[in-house]
Design a protein. Structure first.
Length: 122
């Protein structure tokens, strides 16, 4: 899931999800409410907003933090058939992980927590 929007210095940001890499937990067109956080507060399983490590334009990606790798995070999409994640670009440095997504906003009437990977139907 990619967004060209920068979360900026604000503590809370609303970002639009584009692409299928986090489906079915997050779909193309969903919005997420993300909260800036310090790297040590990220846990495996969290959905995070990070700067794409291979892009100079500051592209943001929304992925699930799978595991710590050295001084960074291995980030994976929930959709195993889309590899625009650490399988493609490698581990993401801790400093590039900017926020944790806490709510999914599918439409104004349907606000829900982002399910953990084991809660998402196949």
């Amino acid at each position: 899931m990619r967004s060209a929007s920068d979360p900026g210095p604000a503590r809370w940001s609303v970002l639009r999800v584009t692409g299928p890499s986090m489906a079915p937990a997050l779909r193309d067109g969903d919005f997420v409410l993300a909260r800036r956080t310090r790297p040590e507060r990220i846990r495996a399983g969290d959905v995070v907003v990070a700067r794409h490590p291979g892009r100079a334009d500051g592209l943001l990606v929304i992925k699930r933090a799978a595991r710590r790798v050295g001084a960074g995070w291995w980030l994976l999409g929930d959709n195993d058939f889309v590899t625009s994640d650490s399988r493609e670009f490698g581990a993401v440095p801790e400093a590039a992980v900017l926020a944790r997504a806490v709510l999914r906003l599918r439409d104004p009437c349907r606000i829900a927590r982002i399910p953990s990977r084991d809660q998402v139907p196949e």
